[in-house]
Design a protein around this ligand. Structure first.
Ligand SMILES: C[S@@+](CC[C@H](N)C(=O)[O-])C[C@H]1O[C@@H](n2cnc3c(N)ncnc32)[C@H](O)[C@@H]1O
Length: 309
């Protein structure tokens, strides 16, 4: 009976990697140091394992990987049941929020990630996928949007568009997206999940919807899922809502523990925009959802705002 079969995945990784290191001329303290630096946290997206940004970055590991890289990655694949390995990197700043995952093993970074019965296919090296936003994707799934026309101003690969179409019974969704990699993935994902017919994609900058009479004044609910701020889309959202009003799901970053103050400031600003555009809506904060920590003392927050006359 092999002892390895009873170990947890991390101990298995350490054991199997130790066996490989035994083939190299290393002293005991070097081996111990190398083993200590094996990451004990990771994320799985489809059949890809993502290890933290600073993993295997030390001089000693860089030297070992020059000789053993394939063998080491194969151990990760066998122990953790994946076929691709990537290294996390910070999402690029800028409106497209592009991914910078570095592919370490496998032919490409394309994954099919299943969550809450929804298939998300995307290239991890090109577009972001925030596992930390899972609670928000599920929250969107649980809304009842029967008979609603929804506008997603920042659709990406369908982060919120898909939960709304698949689970929330939306009648028609207008999805705006300007990153061509995301648009390709969004089209495939609508198809994979059988909801292409209920979604119209508006390629390019979302400001183009201003000249679209099927959107302006016609929408019941607007998704504003852009970080660090969705401010550029607030006037579009107000113009898109139908004359009776509707609901906004407005994402942004707030100083931790000051979310209510931030919400009040946002609503004041929305009132000003609405008056300026002669829409004269009223706004009521319905709910503050804290999604995740974005940075030290900064939270990713979603405000559910009811808009009415
Ligand atoms: C990646 S998602 C954000 C998902 C998630 N809420 C977050 O920020 O962590 C934002 C998407 O909005 C798109 N985007 C940003 N500004 C845009 C604009 N003016 N018009 C159309 N798409 C835009 C980006 O290309 C990106 O795919």
């Amino acid at each position: 009976m092999e002892l390895g079969n009873h170990l947890n995945p991390y101990s298995k990784l350490q054991n199997n990697i130790q066996d490989k290191l035994d083939d190299l001329e290393l002293n005991n303290s070097e081996k111990l140091e190398l083993l200590k630096q094996i990451p004990s946290r990771w994320e799985k997206l489809g059949d890809m394992l993502l290890i933290p940004e600073n993993s295997f970055n030390s001089e000693i590991w860089i030297e070992v990987l020059q000789i053993l890289d394939k063998e080491i990655w194969k151990i990760f694949c066998e122990v953790l049941g994946v076929s691709k390995i990537g290294r996390q990197k910070k999402i690029r700043s800028g409106p497209m929020r592009k991914s910078q995952v570095e592919l370490l093993f496998g032919e490409n970074g394309v994954v099919c990630h299943k969550e809450n019965t929804i298939v998300f296919e995307f290239d991890t090296t090109k577009v972001m996928f925030s596992s930390g936003n899972i609670s928000e994707r599920i929250r969107m799934s649980n809304f009842d949007c029967s008979d609603e026309i929804v506008l997603d101003l920042y659709a990406g690969i369908g982060y919120y568009t898909l939960p709304l179409l698949v689970h929330a019974n939306v009648k028609l969704l207008h999805a705006c997206e300007m990153n061509t990699d995301s648009i390709g993935a969004l089209k495939r994902n609508l198809h994979h999940n059988g909801v292409s017919e209920k979604c119209i994609i508006h390629e390019g900058n979302n400001r183009s919807i201003l000249s679209n009479p099927n959107i302006i004044g016609e929408v019941n609910r607007v998704m504003l899922g852009l970080l660090p701020s969705s401010r550029d889309g607030w006037d579009l959202a107000i113009q898109a809502l139908n004359p009776k009003g509707g609901i906004l799901h407005l994402h942004g970053n707030s100083v931790a523990k000051e979310e209510e103050k931030w919400a009040k400031e946002v609503i004041e600003e929305l009132k000003k925009i609405s008056e300026k555009l002669n829409r004269n809506f009223r706004f009521k904060l319905d709910h503050i959802e804290k999604v995740k920590s974005y940075a030290p003392k900064i939270n990713h927050v979603v405000l559910d705002i009811i808009v009415f006359k």
